[in-house]
Design a binder for this molecule. Sequence first.
Ligand code: TMP
Ligand code: ASP
Length: 248
Amino acid sequence: MTTTTREQAGKSKDVIKKDGKTFFEFTDRITAFDGMKKDEYPDKGEVCCRLSTYWFEILEKEGIPTHFRAFVPPNVMEVEYLEIIPVEVIWRNFVAGSLLKRYESGEKPLVGIEPRLGARIPEGICEFTTKFEATDRLIDEQEVLDNRWLTREELDMIKESTRRVNNVMSAHLLEKGIILADFKIEFGKNLAGKILLADEVGTPDGCRFWDAGSYDEGRIESLDKDVYRYEKGDLSDAYATIMRRICG
Ligand code: TMP
Ligand code: ASP
């Protein structure tokens, strides 16, 4: 007998379990600001699934282990079942989003980083937020360790993996005239206890992509979910454009 179950995973994907296999269905749902803003856009799921597939294949070749198993066109991916680590990992190359908000709300600027939208963060920074709280809360490494979400060794390994994901994606994107301003990734543990890159990667939902030509002229042209967050244009158009520019 075969059984199929479906449940919502995060805000934009469904997890389907069928015949002992696990699949992610990338839906057209989109949310922002912890669910305050919610909509659906045609083809959005397909764009994020195709882009995640594109990057998972590149990252695997670069020796970064991921949960990706197979692309099931147009918007489904077979993945290895993982227990998700309850921490979101954010890498920032440029000042934007919640980092800028922290500055604007009077928080002391981070050392060596200019508190201005688009300012470059010289060595990049790795930050952590909670995953399973109502709002994503910035946490420090000590809280991750105190909650026993990761050991020191696992935390260092995840930071190193995140740095490598950034190096691989940033270099690829620059060749295509795109700046990777920041991104969020997640990790999980498989049944053997090995930590793998999980969720989705390199999509306009989880990254800030800026057109490099515009940046050089002093303008920020978003090719990502900021188009939706800040109502800068049509999301389906922006997502189709970024997919074409990345995957050809
Ligand atoms: P932030 O500036 O809002 O903290 O976001 C940093 C990056 O992480 C940005 O590329 C968007 C991405 N991100 C997610 O994908 N999911 C989230 O829940 C959050 C808070 C950020
Ligand atoms: N992903 C988060 C949410 O849906 C935050 C964001 O992307 O703005 O609220």
